[in-house]
Design a protein around this ligand. Sequence first.
Ligand code: ATP
Ligand code: MG
Length: 409
Amino acid sequence: MPSIVVHYQEIALKGRNRPWFVSHLVRNIRQATRDLDVASVRALMGRIEIEVRSDAMTAEVSDRLRRVFGIANFSVARRAALDLDEMAAAILRDLEGVETGSFRVSARRADKRFPLTSPQIEREVGGRIKVARGWRVDLTHPELKVSLEILPDQAFYSFEKQRGPGGLPTGGSGRVACLLSGGIDSPVAAFRVMKRGCSVLLVHFHSYPLLSRASQEKVRQIAAILTRYQLRSKLALVGFGEIQRRVVLTVPSPLRVVMYRRLMMRIAQQLARKGHAKALVTGEVIGQVASQTIENLSVIGRATELPVLRPLIGMDKEEIVAEAQRLGTYEISIIPDQDCCQLFTPPHPATKARAADVEAAESQLPIVELVEAAVAAVEWEEFSFPILRTPTMPLTNLTHSRNDEVPGQ
Ligand code: ATP
Ligand code: MG
């Protein structure tokens, strides 16, 4: 039975954080591969071993691992007995028919009780391979790399390391709520905090029925992509049309964008509290649009008591676009829709909204009632990846369902 040996970044793992980190990672790997033919996932002396029931399945499991945060790298590996001759024989058996100009063996001992040091193991096993195949040893630029990991009762050997996505296991850093528009930036912002271990509650504001449902459909597709990383998502669809109508009636046009954003913050804060999220996340960037000056961001941020995280704050548009393309959300984000804010956005928004002016304008509106009405009317949808296939279910590994209940956990 082949195994996949997963390595995580040691750097994040000081002291008592380590078991916490590893148990989250093991749990997430189990969840990400739960519909595949995986026999076991277990922590094993500084690495994680996934036992896969067939060789054919290793490609699919590897594909899933590329999206499990916390994985630095992984390799498809086989076991050998803790004996130099047996290790070399097993490696040579697997390399039958393989040709290479040069090679090297790299060994690591998870168990230092093994009587030889890593360089000695490398020389011994490498020497046997060299004698058998006549290949040249090249320690700096080998064409073929053979890795050996020595554990207490067995060794793993592998030939090719694949990069994982890095980051921290999703869920280990707590929960946040991301304001997710159908645009390019906010999906990348959600992805960034997910990569740092946050599980992300998704909150979208739409103006249906004043506008079409297009933005909701886009956001569902984006939520489905993000769910391939965090495995379970909840999406709150918030009707924002009535609030915009009221703002347009009473608020001077230059202040409206900042007002909308502050109202979004207030609503998102309520939803965050219900969902046990401890911070809000946006895709705002300094100076990207008129509403995103330092002054405006500061006035917007003051509408909530929760910390507002802006992971893209210092990025250029091209950098964000490149990341959205890698993530796969870009093509969805550029589909035209009627953004709820475009409809009501004035031609010349204030670039330096003053808190006093905004607060004066807000005092003309029943803010608390508006926020409460919007929160009460929220529709929740759930997404998960993968779903278990049953004979009656279509062959899809992505699903979402509507749920009017507030998320608990
Ligand atoms: P994006 O591509 O994320 O829409 P943007 O550059 O278009 O960003 P704005 O539309 O000004 O910027 O929005 C700034 C941030 O406010 C967004 O990144 C997002 O976090 C939040 N936001 C804006 N509109 C919505 C919406 N309809 N629903 C949820 N969040 C929104
Ligand atoms: Mg936008």
